[in-house]
Design a protein around this ligand. Sequence first.
Ligand code: RTP
Ligand code: MG
Length: 147
Amino acid sequence: MEKTYLMIKPDGVQRNVMGEIITRFEQKGFQLLAAKFTVLSKEQAEKHYEEHKEKPFFGELIDFITSGPVFAMVWEGDNIIEISRMMIGKTNPADALPGTIRGDFAAHMSLNIIHGSDSNESAAREIENIFNESELVSYEKTLASWI
Ligand code: RTP
Ligand code: MG
């Protein structure tokens, strides 16, 4: 089963859409393994976005992602990396289709609500940056079988 790191960014927290976003991933059938409401340190932010460290917008990206609390989560499901990025929508909200999280809630490139890992390697690095192995909960939804 594939894992991904999803993180509601400071703008998503402040826009009061955390519950709505979590609902979408729950209803899609994915399983939450870990969650943490926290302010990223500069070191965590730089590690999270290390693939962008040579980009001109890197400084602004780090300032933004550390500017307030984020909701960091680990989710699991078949093909979750590709599917969750489809649910999130394109990076630039001008290209993000209605029905996607960015298409529905975002209007600016830098304020695009949520991050989703783009590969298995990124997911492993991003998860390890925020969570200890022991914080990932493994469980079966056995109690839902009678509903
Ligand atoms: P994210 O990593 O945040 O989930 O977003 P993404 O995969 O859709 O996009 P990525 O290329 O990884 O870019 C990371 C974040 O950097 C900002 N960005 N600004 N000014 C620019 O040209 C530019 N390009 C990217 C965006 O906020 C993007 O989410
Ligand atoms: Mg990215």
